[in-house]
Ligand binder design. Structure first.
Ligand SMILES: Cc1cc2nc3c(=O)[nH]c(=O)nc-3n(C[C@H](O)[C@H](O)[C@H](O)COP(=O)(O)O)c2cc1C
Length: 253
């Protein structure tokens, strides 16, 4: 899958949205997202699916921290752990590129790991044996400014790590691609804004790892962070591949 520089721009405008207009996606967005989903599924072995009308999976969560309004379209992030190694990390990684594609199309988005009716959605999806519904991404038209409720809920997402909190150990000088990658990773969303990821740049090796486990979604958070870092590096003209070893991910350029 070709990574796009407009996704890097989208990192700087993305914020979780919870109040949607309730309008369906326009046909050209629908077509493009279905195309992106099939490219991702082909490359990764995942089985992401776009569901056009998902209202019924959110009705119970009107008063929870989720507080979603007028949800219509979601992308169900499905995969089989027997077929895809590090399933949650891969779902986070590919899901975030898809989210940034939605943001670059001026659509509102939100990652959802908990506040939806997972059992009902699983039943509706007719999953194959071994397949898991890992999380969902809401996508849809939104007003340009946030509603009052959204502003209140999104307060929890306001604090991002500083550069030094995220890049915990480093050997100077730090190349521009690492600088840009860390800046992009600072803006990565994480479940309940838990910020459980840290990086090191030692002896010209850039490595990411999970630093704390609390909500059970840290592997998703790691995959999301890796996608952001990679786009930051791309902005500086550097491409690479994530190699996983002993629960750490190293960026081989
Ligand atoms: C893996 C993951 C799971 C999430 N699950 C939920 C959820 O179940 N309900 C919800 O309202 N928000 C959920 N969020 C959204 C986070 O609360 C939000 O991304 C975070 O507070 C940072 O805010 P921001 O996205 O505006 O930067 C989730 C985010 C991530 C990355």
């Amino acid at each position: 899958m070709e990574k796009k520089l407009i996704w890097h721009d989208a990192i700087y405008t993305r914020t979780s949205r919870r109040t949607y207009t309730g309008e369906p996606l326009e046909p050209d967005h629908l077509h493009a997202l279905n195309q992106s989903i099939s490219n991702i599924n082909e490359e990764s072995g995942l089985n992401f699916k776009l569901l056009k009308d998902s209202r019924q999976f959110f009705t119970k969560y009107k008063t929870s921290y989720g507080m979603f309004k007028n949800v219509q379209t979601v992308i169900a992030l499905v995969g089989d752990p027997q077929k895809v190694a590090d399933l949650e990390v891969q779902v986070g990684y590919y899901g975030e590129f898809l989210m940034l594609e939605c943001v670059s199309r001026n659509l509102g988005t939100c990652w959802i790991g908990g506040t939806y009716d997972k059992k009902a959605m699983e039943a509706d999806l007719n999953l194959d044996a071994g397949e898991k519904l890992v999380a969902v991404i809401i996508v849809g038209p939104v007003d340009s400014s946030k509603s009052l409720t959204e502003k209140l809920v999104s307060r929890i997402g306001k604090n991002k790590q500083t550069f030094e909190q995220l890049l915990q150990e480093k050997t100077e000088p730090i190349p521009s691609w690492v600088q840009s990658g860390i800046e992009a990773a600072r803006l990565a969303p994480s479940a309940v804004n838990g910020k459980p990821i840290a990086y090191t740049y030692l002896n010209e090796m850039l490595t990411a790892r999970i630093t704390k486990t609390k909500y059970g979604m840290e592997s998703l958070d790691l995959g999301i962070s890796l996608a952001h870092f990679e786009l930051g590096a791309l902005k500086e003209g550097v491409t690479g591949k994530w190699i996983s070893k002993d629960s750490e991910y190293t960026f081989k350029i």
